[in-house]
Design a protein around this ligand. Sequence first.
Ligand code: S3P
Length: 424
Amino acid sequence: MNINPISSLQGTINIPSDKSISHRSVMFGSLALGKTTVSNFLMGEDCLSTIQCFRKLGVTIEIDAETVIVHGKGLHGLTAPKEVLDCGNSGTTVRLLSGILAAQGFSSTLTGDASIQKRPMQRVINPLGSMGATISAKDNNFCPMHISPSTLKGMTYHSPVASAQVKSCLLLAGLYADSPTTVTEPFISRDHTERMLAAFGAEIKREGTAVTVMPCKELYASDIIVPGDISSAAFFMVAALITPHSNITIKNVGINPTRRGILDVLIDMGGDITICNEKTICGEPVCDLNIKSSSLHGTVVEGSIIPALIDEIPALAVAACFAKGQTVIKDAAELKVKESNRIDALYSELSKMGADIIPTDDGLKINGMKPLKGAVLESFHDHRIAMSLAVAACNASSLSTIQNAECVKISFPNFFELLQTLTR
Ligand code: S3P
């Protein structure tokens, strides 16, 4: 994909629907009794992988444009898959599904693409094992993961990482356990599972960073309207802030407090961002965002806000390249185990463009305002790296080429078209 420098971004857009909420709507809808209608479902490849897996588990799922109808089978209604469950590029699919499958009365095997086969699964295999699950995996850590039938017991697990995938996996297994299951984490990670499971009738208690799920007899279908994904909005937020003479509005963006870190940090960096039309839809806060080009300054991003913007750090790194002074991102070692090693990817590719960027053990240091030049850039087949580099490339002095850019279809199939429609 070739990207030319642009002079401004103008207009109003809708961004794709939330990936985390779309996954969960199909998963929980499949486990509920009754029909769940999901409006504004994200038709990205990751969420389509989730649909394919649940179809193989015997669930009827209809797709009509952006509406998905899930004919739930109840907590005990899934059936043995005839083939391996292929989760594609989707960590959320593998990890959440492993918690569900650990409690079923049949065996199953989960796998995915080359990136998924390199991502750590010990973080779910070990705690599920403590609940009584029987799981074998390559080096006890990598897909394919083979899951055999087991009876699960409840437990309290202190997760060493703030990970919504780990937390959600264990809460889903906990629905089937003989006693309550509690997960604590160092900082609160995204809470879509807690919100949606409660809406489907599960008993969930929260206290600080601890979440408890009670053993559950049944979940009940509940219709869902998926908000726009702030993780996708982030690329356009940063693009409008750093491109001179820009003024854009992004409609219907989810601003769940466990997800809105990027919004708060960009405002803190001097970003001219106005939040309007705030409302709650299906238990999730939503708003429109107006963003104007701004003079940004560097900041320090660390600690409890990291899980609330972990997926937006690639976009934030690009903003930091255009901010006055130094930006420090720390406590973000999780970046190394995402769809690519995002610390390495951002360092190598933004350096090629002329950025002053230093990788650290748990993040990045970026000295902003070094002029960027066009370059041949690698996405490492990571959707968020491809889109972040595209935003940087729009503001470079010459043409850039992003290799393997088609990976944007994981979460944002029309990213390049939308960028084109706003470009002046
Ligand atoms: C997600 C949780 C996060 C995030 C991922 C989606 C989810 O991963 O990075 O894109 O939907 O639960 P971790 O749980 O590994 O932090």
